[in-house]
Design a protein around this ligand. Structure first.
Ligand code: GDP
Ligand code: IMO
Ligand code: MG
Length: 425
């Protein structure tokens, strides 16, 4: 029995999809525990690219079972699209996808509210969400008016709950955002039609996982987003509305903290952020542009340009602390091969005074200045390297410096998008 949690240690897009796919070789079950179709997890296998939003990144392994846990918010339309996409690419999911009956649904009005709020906030105050309705759906969950997967199985209850919700949301959208009124009956019909299509996948995933663990099965818990986007621990309010940090795996799947055997932090060799909010090591110059183009740093969900910057050790140490990360998987190291010199932020200061703890508020984080060390680059393509020893000495020094500064072992290194270009340290 084992439960390994895989978390993004930065602002998302660290390469979790690739790493989960790779580690699925040693797993029986892969389970997503939070977030929704705001996630975009890329897997490149046999020269084919798969981008997953809701379905766990273990799905390409024919014997692996995939769970969408109670902590996930599910857009049924996005889910059906993803199932069709996989089927059309020859991936058979029959009998392998298990969706929690306790997961909440994303409704069209959640997406409308998300987008309307962002538009009204304007470019200065908006969060830069993915517009997938994530925040409004978690708001309804917390407000105890959300509609859950289990409700799809009870038509009368669903109709009743939908009507109440739709009346309220329609009023809200019209009054606050000057939106068109919602067509209540059309929406009810649309959602009623999802029940038969999703029905084969719906189950008690908590019971399923507990039985599997009892039988000695190996579970990978797949986080979406990253620690610095965590609702509680991230750079609030520029965060997502769930808990990507490791604790979220327990609540989002219904498993005990006692069952967790390791916590793997996926760390990109530099930093990126998509959307608004503080980003201390951000590069606004040609180096930032270079990282973006060499790293293909464009969102897998929205296609937006990702902001790029140097590796940020204070943020990483904080992330390691709040997640309890036991080992790091370092990704996209090959991308740094384009640089003469590489900088690492080792500390923050404000008004010349060192900042001891990661700031709790975005305004303070905006004000920090970064202290850097500079390391020589390796100016070569390392994507063909298959071992630590085969790396140039300057690359090895970069890895060892990160290990020292974070006081955390780097157990896996990734040097290209492909599954095979990854090696153990
Ligand atoms: P996720 O959200 O954490 O799963 O990451 P994304 O899929 O959004 O973004 C990571 C991007 O980097 C994807 O395009 C991956 O194919 C790519 N990628 C992952 N690992 C590596 C690597 O080691 N080197 C390079 N060059 N690309 C990588
Ligand atoms: P993966 O799993 C990077 C960001 C959005 C925005 C903020 C809130 O692929 O790493 P939301 O739509 O969640 O309300 O947006 O969070 N964000 C992500 N950034 N990777 C992601 O997922 C993200 N999911 C949300 O850009 O800043
Ligand atoms: Mg992504």
């Amino acid at each position: 029995m084992s439960v390994r949690i895989i978390v993004g240690a930065q602002w998302g897009d660290e390469g979790k999809g690739k790493i989960v796919d790779l580690l699925s070789e040693q797993a029986d079950i892969v389970a997503r525990y939070q977030g929704g179709a705001n996630a975009g997890h890329t897997i490149v296998h046999n020269n084919t690219k798969y981008v997953l939003h809701l379905i766990p990144s273990g799905i390409l392994h024919p014997t692996v079972h995939c769970v969408i846990g109670n902590g996930v918010v599910i857009d049924p339309a996005a889910l059906m699209d993803e199932i069709h996409m996989l089927e059309s690419m020859g991936v058979n999911i029959e009998g392998r996808l298990h969706i929690s009956h306790k997961a909440h649904l994303i409704m069209p009005y959640h997406k409308m509210l998300d987008q309307a709020r962002e538009k009204q906030a304007g470019s200065n105050a908006s969060i830069g969400t993915t517009g997938r309705g994530i925040g409004p759906s978690y708001i309804d969950k917390a407000q105890r008016i959300g509609i859950r997967i289990v409700d799809l199985l009870q038509r009368d209850v669903l109709r009743e709950k939908l009507r109440t919700n739709l009346d309220e949301k329609s009023t809200l959208l019209q009054a606050l955002y000057d939106a068109e009124p919602l067509d209540v009956d059309a929406l009810i019909d649309e959602y009623m039609s999802f029940d038969s299509r999703i029905d084969p996948y719906i189950t008690d995933t908590t019971a399923f996982l507990h039985q599997a663990l009892k039988e000695g099965k190996r579970v990978l818990a797949e986080g979406a987003q990253g620690a610095l986007l965590d609702l509680d621990h991230g750079t609030y309010p520029f965060v997502t509305s769930s808990n990507p940090t490791s604790g979220g795996a327990c609540t989002g799947l219904g498993i005990s903290p006692m069952s967790i055997t390791s916590i793997i932090g996926v760390v990109k060799a530099y930093s990126t952020r998509v959307g608004n909010g503080p980003f201390p090591t951000e590069l606004h110059d040609a180096t930032g542009e270079l990282l973006r183009s060499e790293g293909h740093e464009f969102g897998a969900t929205t296609g937006r340009s990702r902001r790029c910057g140097w590796l940020d050790i204070p943020a990483l140490r904080y992330s390691i602390m709040v997640n309890g990360i036991t080992e790091i998987t370092l990704t996209k190291l090959d991308v740094l091969g384009c640089l003469d010199e590489i900088r690492i932020c080792t500390g923050y200061s404000i008004d010349g005074r060192p900042v001891k703890h990661f700031p709790a508020d975005a305004a303070t984080l905006e004000r920090v200045t970064c202290d850097y060390i500079t390391l020589p680059g390796w100016k070569s393509d390392i994507s063909g390297c298959t071992s630590f020893d085969a790396l140039p000495p300057t690359t090895r020094a970069y890895i060892e410096t990160i290990e020292k500064l974070t006081e955390t072992p780097i157990s896996l290194v990734s040097v290209s998008p492909a599954r095979e270009d990854t090696f153990a340290r």
